[in-house]
Design a protein around this ligand. Structure first.
Ligand code: PEP
Length: 256
């Protein structure tokens, strides 16, 4: 089967009301492949979600950048999966390395979040990836499979999961993985999934690459056989995101 190309724009903790309006306007006016060729998510900070949702073209889906591990309640400052669902947000990004490192989210916490979000009907973009030190010690495959294994211990159905391989050393640094490096990790991860989760899941699951993707490097990385798209941070706030959405261009269309 062919895996539909998948591209996410992760705005992280960026934007003012005026900036958000400009980005949405840029996205709404962009010529991009039609939805039978590409699936797109846009992930604004929580506070801007209702505003973006109300004016963004409908072929771009909204994703939250995080959610709580369980049902809401007395958890000050958290946002629950139920709230996202209630607001009509279909996707959530979980396990981003900035949350794993800065907020000390362990593999287990990420796995709990993925399990709960899926149980509430959300789709999940699960981020995994190694640090520079781990890569230099040849531990990349081990780290990435350990992070996926933690989720596999709790989750049986992977139909609503996309995995984003995001080497930490490439995120926001301008140091992009080479197309060969990305392909090698994606290929090994797919092989690991085949052995430990199932061959159908391995064939079907989309594994996207994230880490300093730009208009200049997206075509080469996106041309690798096991790279099924991108998670884009910095460049998703700029005009060049439209070029990235066209990395594997076939038929474009514009929805205003
Ligand atoms: C990200 O935040 O997921 C990311 C890949 O960031 P950047 O594209 O800026 O490296």
């Amino acid at each position: 089967m062919t895996r539909k190309f998948f591209i996410g724009g992760n705005w992280k903790c960026n934007g003012t009301v005026d900036e958000v309006k400009k980005i949405v306007c840029m996205l709404n006016g962009g010529e991009v492949p039609c939805p039978n060729h590409i699936e797109t998510i846009i992930s604004p900070p929580f506070i801007f979600i209702p505003m973006v949702k109300s004016c963004l073209r409908t072929d771009f889906q909204i994703a939250a950048q995080n959610c709580w591990t369980k049902k809401g309640g007395a958890f000050t400052g958290e946002i629950s999966a139920e709230m996202l669902k209630n607001l009509g947000v279909p996707w959530v990004i979980l396990g981003h390395s900035e949350r794993r490192t800065l907020m000390h989210e362990t593999d287990q916490v990420v796995a709990e979040k993925v399990e709960y979000a899926l149980s509430q009907g959300l789709k999940v973009c699960l981020c995994v990836g190694e640090s520079l030190k781990e890569r230099e010690c040849n531990e990349t495959a081990q780290v990435v499979s350990r992070q996926v294994q933690a989720v596999a211990a709790r989750v049986g159905c992977w139909a609503n999961v996309v995995i984003a391989y995001e080497p930490i050393w490439a995120i926001g640094t301008g140091k992009v993985a080479s197309p060969e490096q990305a392909q090698e990790v994606h290929y090994n991860l797919r092989k690991w999934i085949d052995c430990h989760i199932g061959c159908q899941v391995a064939q079907d699951i989309r594994i996207i690459y994230g880490g300093s993707v730009t208009a200049a490097n997206c075509k080469q990385i996106g041309g690798q056989p096991d790279v099924d798209g991108f998670l884009v941070g910095g460049a998703s706030l700029k005009e060049e995101f439209i070029e990235i959405l066209n990395a594997r261009n076939t038929h474009t269309h514009k929805t205003c």
